[in-house]
Design a protein around this ligand. Structure first.
Ligand code: SF4
Length: 301
């Protein structure tokens, strides 16, 4: 696969030399990759955003109990809880990120952004951002293109997969995408957008992938909520012009370096971290026994 840019520096100098918006080269890349016209790409983005919004609503309105029982309608409880820790908006940000991710854990329809394991972060963030700031769908779709450009560079310089780079690569990348999209949508300049990405990556570095019983449920669902919160705090910091100090490209290189040196037990193998705890092991055994019991006799023997 051909990549759009080698790094964030290249993306910035390209759009500055052509005097184009940050999302434009990503839009052109999408057209080329899909052999589609510009209208088709915008329609695809809008459709993806509709699926994200639908996932948030589904998690609030339908029964979200996973087969393992580890996920059990948590998003609804957060959504309706009478006490808001910071503000009602923050409460809903957390609830929405949980909601869309619960839909994924319960085998519903989501947008992998960038992966299914991280599919609650962009919906939670974008839906909340649109509601608070009254943004148009067009602006949100532009933000999604910026987010996609961020993911393409992270994929090249580090990884987007928990099995390759730990959870920093999945929920960390999704949070970085969301932070960049927020700052873009709120009118931040390129340096502020990339600074938001850098700050987010700094906050998510080193996070291991340790799903209990190998299921993308615990800690994945709650990590989507915390990653959405970090995306928003990073955007707030970057919008104020606070410098990340370490440039975004170097932050992403650090993510790649940490991912490479992470032990295999922390890369989606369910052999380390939370998956290896006493309770994690008990759940894993129970899920395995349940799986065997529902298999037809000939597959068990
Ligand atoms: S813990 Fe692993 S499976 Fe779960 S969201 Fe993170 S990277 Fe994905």
């Amino acid at each position: 696969m051909e990549y759009l840019f080698d790094d964030f520096k290249g993306w910035k100098s390209y759009v500055q030399s052509k005097d184009m918006p940050l999302y434009q080269p990503v839009l052109d890349y999408e057209k080329q990759q899909k052999d589609a016209d510009v209208d088709t790409v915008w329609k695809g983005l809008l459709h993806a955003y509709e699926v994200m919004k639908e996932a948030v609503q589904t998690g609030f309105s339908e029964d979200m109990k996973s087969y393992s029982g580890m996920i059990n309608n948590g998003a609804k409880r957060v959504h309706r809880h009478p006490v808001a820790v910071l503000s009602p908006e923050f409460q809903q940000l957390v609830a929405r990120a949980l909601s869309a991710k619960e839909v994924n854990s319960c085998m519903g329809r989501v947008v992998a952004a960038p992966t299914a394991g991280a599919s609650g972060i962009l919906p939670g963030t974008l839906v909340t951002l649109q509601e608070i700031h009254g943004l148009s769908d067009q602006k949100i779709c532009e933000g999604m293109l910026v987010a996609a450009g961020i993911a393409l560079i992270i994929e090249q310089k580090a990884s987007l997969a928990g099995a390759v780079g730990g959870c920093q690569a999945e929920t960390g990348s999704a949070a970085a995408m969301a932070a960049g999209a927020i700052v873009y949508c709120l009118g931040g300049d390129i340096d502020q957008i990339f600074n938001a990405v850098a700050i987010t990556v700094q906050c998510m570095l080193g996070l291991v992938c340790d799903p209990v019983a190998g299921l993308v449920e615990v800690p994945c669902v709650v990590r989507n909520a915390s990653a959405a919160a970090i995306a928003n705090s990073s955007a707030q910091i970057a919008l104020a012009g606070v410098d990340a100090v370490i440039p975004v490209d170097e932050c992403v290189e650090a993510m790649g370096e940490i991912g490479q040196s992470m032990e295999a037990k922390y890369k989606e193998t369910a052999m380390g971290g939370l998956a290896a705890t006493l309770t994690g092991q008990k759940i894993s055994k129970r899920v395995l026994i349940d799986d065997i019991e529902i298999l037809p006799d000939e597959e068990v023997s």
